[in-house]
Design a protein around this ligand. Structure first.
Ligand SMILES: [Ca+2]
Ligand SMILES: [Ca+2]
Ligand SMILES: [Ca+2]
Length: 174
């Protein structure tokens, strides 16, 4: 583990594990979130202000028009006073405008990957999303979410065991 001295904005895509990155897997890659539910954004020096955030979907093997990043409904509401844009050709979702780190943290947790391909047509393999926040002077280290998109046999989950947005859960009780 590397300890990095930071002087401005910081982000951690999975607070419950070491480092700033987040790794998970997805059986159905139609929609998932690159930040874990405990992801954090902070401004560690003077003030509590974040000026911008970018989340970049680095590879889009199913096509630029098929794979994208957006904000879910909750994050869209939180970001209503900020400027939000997604560039299809580069895979960059950008949010800009001054707000507290708590506001940006809520937005980060609602960043959403979307794949509009039919499930059988989704390319398996990893997807990577790089997140950087900036406090107006200094950028954070890049935090990387890696999602391994895998195929799996069809299974029947017990009813009510899963709520959208929960993230991955074991198929069988541990
Ligand atoms: Ca962490
Ligand atoms: Ca976590
Ligand atoms: Ca600052």
């Amino acid at each position: 583990m590397t300890i990095t001295m930071s002087m401005g904005a910081e982000t951690d895509l999975d607070a419950s594990s070491g480092g700033v990155n987040y790794s998970t897997s997805s059986l159905l890659a139609v929609r998932w979130r690159p930040a874990n539910s405990d992801a954090t954004v902070s401004d560690v020096d003077v003030g509590d202000q974040i000026a911008s955030m970018t989340a970049t979907l680095t590879a889009r093997p199913d096509g630029d028009g098929v794979e994208s990043l957006s904000l879910n409904a909750a994050a869209t509401t939180v970001a209503s006073g900020l400027t939000v844009g997604y560039t299809v050709g580069t895979g960059v979702l950008s949010v800009s405008g001054n707000a507290t780190s708590a506001t940006y943290q809520s937005i980060l947790r609602g960043v959403q990957y979307n794949n509009t391909d039919a499930a059988v047509d989704i390319t398996t393999g990893s997807r990577t999303v790089n997140v950087v926040v900036n406090d107006g002077a200094l950028s954070s280290a890049t935090a990387t979410a890696t999602v391994s998109v895998v195929t799996a046999p069809v299974v029947t989950l017990p009813a009510a065991s899963y709520t959208e947005g929960d993230g991955n859960k074991p198929i069988a009780p541990p």
